[in-house]
Every structure is written in structure tokens, then in C-alpha cells.
Design a protein around this ligand. Structure first.
Ligand SMILES: [Zn+2]
Length: 251
């Protein structure tokens, strides 16, 4: 089910790691951001989109982890945009993303994974402003929809996932500090944050999310063990933890 979280912004959450697929109404139709996860989710999302009655004109991938690279033929053969860094690098991770998607969820059209194109300089059909950084993944992008008061945060500012540093990238602590600064500025314009996984944050919860990620990264910077409520969650110690690792969310 699509929940409207602001004017022209709808979110559908999957059972799998509370992944949020987002539909944004642009001038010419809908932009689908990180649609997922399994085949049933994707077809239900297609049904929901049909009911909205707007054509899908583009996709957008926030970053190059498999659960953010998905698509379905029912969304149409439209351009799927990403930052240049994401689009340039995705070819190198596509095989791995396809393998991880097959292992982690059923019914995913693997041939459609990761077919991305760099966003045009003027943004093309994607509304708002891209907030790019290198925390968690190369070319990771949030989308600031200032006119609707919404920030689509990608895999940042989640209430269920701690900050997951990309071990293949240099100095991720600094990358997170920079990213959180940028997202903090962006969040000054919004009262709704949609993370890639977890609950949509509204009102004062937005600042709480920023503070939680900042505190976690500050602890890493100081070399101490982070104290974080998200680490207490039962599911992190259960089957989901393996799921996350297998799924490559941490990569
Ligand atoms: Zn994710």
C-alpha cells in the first residue's frame, strides 16, 4: 500500500528490512525511487502506481546496493537515473548485485537490476535537489524536495539501521561527518524524512534521526563503542543480521 507522506510523495514499505519504495509526482508523471523488494512487492507497487493514475516517467537509484537497483517491466522502459558516480560504477557491481538479489528475495527480475544512467545536469524529470555524498556507498544521493518539505534520505537517517560504513572506501568516518552535515542543512527545509529502511520521520523525529547518526559517528571518531538504541533491537541479533550481511547492505 502506498502511503501519502506529503503532496505528491507516496511511500510503500516492504516487509524485507522495512525497505521504502517511493513515488514522487513530477511535472510529467511519477519518478520511482528505489522500488523493491521482492517480486510480489514490485507487482503490488505497480498496481498501486496504476491506481494513482500517473505514468511512470523515470526511476531514481539512491545508491548502488542491490536493494536500491531494482525495477520491474510494469514500471516501463524509462530512464533510471542516479548520480554520475553511481551510474559509472554500477556496471562493476551488477553481477554481484544480481547474485545477492537472487539469494535474498524471490521473484526479482534480475535482468533489470542496475540499468542506470547519469542524471542530466538540469535534473531532467527528477524534481528537487540531489544531495550527494560518499557515506555508505559511492555516489550516494538523497533527494531534497524542499517545496514539499520532504527529504528522501537513501540509506541514512534510519530508525532501524545503524550507520553502515563502506569498508572499501577510504575514511568513511569523515565521509559520514560530511554527509550528515549536508543532510542536516537539507533537513532544515523539511519536516518529513523518508529513509531507505524503517519508519518515515516527521516533525521533531527528523532532528532525532540526525542526532542518532551523529552520535554514532562521533563515537567511532573518538574510538569508543557506540551506544545506540538501534543496536539493542532484537532483530539485529536474529536472522536479519545474517540477512543484512548476505544481502550486502553493509557493502
Ligand atoms: Zn538499503
Amino acid at each position: 500500500m502506498l502511503n501519502q507522506v506529503a503532496d505528491g510523495v507516496w511511500v510503500r514499505q516492504s516487509e524485507w528490512v522495512w525497505s521504502n519504495a517511493i513515488a514522487v509526482r513530477g511535472d510529467d508523471g511519477l519518478i520511482l525511487v528505489d522500488p523493491g523488494i521482492d517480486g510480489a512487492d514490485l507487482t503490488e507497487l505497480a498496481d498501486d502506481v496504476d491506481r494513482l493514475g500517473f505514468p511512470v516517467v523515470a526511476g531514481f537509484s539512491t545508491h548502488l546496493h542491490w536493494d536500491h537497483l531494482l525495477w520491474h517491466s510494469r514500471f516501463g522502459d524509462v530512464p533510471r537515473y542516479a548520480t554520475k558516480a553511481n551510474a559509472d560504477a554500477v556496471g562493476g557491481v551488477r553481477d554481484r548485485a544480481q547474485a545477492m538479489a537472487s539469494q535474498s528475495a524471490s521473484g526479482i527480475p534480475v535482468e533489470l537490476i542496475g540499468l542506470l544512467t547519469p542524471m542530466p545536469a538540469d535534473g531532467g524529470p527528477v524534481p528537487g535537489e540531489i544531495v550527494e555524498h560518499e557515506a555508505h556507498a559511492l555516489g550516494h544521493a538523497a533527494v531534497l524536495l524542499a517545496d514539499r518539505g520532504v527529504l528522501l534520505a537513501g540509506d541514512m537517517l534510519s530508525d532501524v539501521l545503524i550507520p553502515m560504513l563502506d569498508p572499501r572506501r577510504p575514511d568513511q568516518v569523515a565521509a559520514y561527518e560530511t554527509a550528515l552535515d549536508r543532510l542536516g542543512h537539507a533537513a532544515e527545509h523539511v519536516d518529513v524524512v523518508v529513509p531507505g529502511h524503517g519508519a518515515v520521520a516527521e516533525g521533531p523525529e527528523v532532528a532525532t534521526r540526525l542526532a542518532a547518526d551523529r552520535a554514532y559517528i562521533d563515537a567511532l571518531r573518538r574510538g569508543v563503542e557506540p551506544v545506540d538504541a538501534r543496536l539493542e533491537q532484537e532483530w539485529l541479533a536474529g536472522p536479519h543480521q545474517g540477512n543484512l550481511a548476505n544481502a550486502g547492505i553493509e557493502h
